[in-house]
Design a protein around this ligand. Structure first.
Ligand code: NDP
Length: 234
């Protein structure tokens, strides 16, 4: 069955892998991109998720092309790592504004049509760091932990309307985000991962696709780690 899907930050990394996975399964996939080039072969709309008007306009364009959004994947996110004493207020609030408030903006706009349809799937991309914390990532971890409370509140608020909200918490994944780490940092982190390697974006996409599928119809408010075992116990 072909559904109208919207993925924020779907022009590269994990978002693009999710988009390719769902498109290959037959969904009508739209992605948002902010800078750079839109990805080939996918319907793409430009959108900065820190701007409510741009979010509204992006949904309008997707609705015109593919119909009301039935599956939302809130994936776009940023890091601005810094130790607390060096972290500016802007470092903190801008990461929260993109990662957490951005997901709120997308979810709020998407829920309009989902409420009307009395069904919908929302998957929020958090991080293993949101559950266990990380030195130098107080802003990022707070934003990603916030997504869990947000999703679980939504699961309770809109469950009776047939909309599910789930969180995927990836561990370190091979994208430009993890590419910012030094070889030494990477080796240190790999040693903490039972599977001994980083995730491939396709491995995150597989979990998202499952939570967005009919098979996951009775799963809501869940946090699914895809982290090679790194976050076990959190
Ligand atoms: P990338 O840095 O490769 O891609 C980030 C994406 O988010 C890009 O498409 C980017 O758009 C988009 N984006 C960033 N800010 C905005 C904004 N204000 N408005 C719209 N789009 C924006 O990241 P990943 O693919 O690695 O990460 C995807 C998600 O997975 C993020 O939420 C991240 O926190 C999470 N994650 C990643 C992990 C990793 O190790 N890579 C581990 C755990 C979680 P553009 O290219 O146009 O700038």
């Amino acid at each position: 069955m072909s559904r109208s899907v919207l993925i924020s930050g779907g022009n590269r990394g994990i978002g693009l892998a999710i988009a390719r996975h769902l498109a290959a399964a037959g969904d009508r996939v739209a992605v948002t991109y902010r800078s750079g080039e839109p990805p080939e072969g996918l319907f793409a709309v430009q959108c900065d998720i820190t701007d409510t008007e741009q979010v509204d306009r992006a949904f309008g364009e997707v609705e015109k092309e593919h119909g009301p959004v039935e599956v939302l994947v809130a994936n776009a996110g940023i890091t601005k790592d810094q130790l607390l004493m060096r972290m500016s207020e802007d470092d903190f609030t801008s990461v929260l504004d993109t990662n957490l408030t951005g997901a709120f903006r997308l979810t709020k706009r998407a829920s309009r049509a989902m409420l009307r349809a009395k069904k919908g799937r929302v998957v929020l991309i958090s991080s293993a760091v949101g559950l266990r914390g990380e030195s130098g990532q107080a802003n990022y971890a707070a934003s990603k932990a916030g997504l869990v409370g947000f999703a679980r509140s939504m699961a309770r608020e809109l469950g009776s309307r047939g909309i599910t909200f789930n969180v995927v918490a990836p561990g370190l994944t091979e994208t430009s985000m993890s590419g910012q780490l030094s070889d030494e940092q990477l080796e240190g982190m790999k040693s903490q991962i039972p599977l001994g390697r980083l995730a491939r974006p396709e491995e995150i996409a597989a979990a998202v696709a499952f939570l967005a599928s009919d098979e996951a119809s009775y799963i809501t408010g869940a946090v699914v780690p895809v982290d090679g075992g790194a976050g076990m116990g959190h």
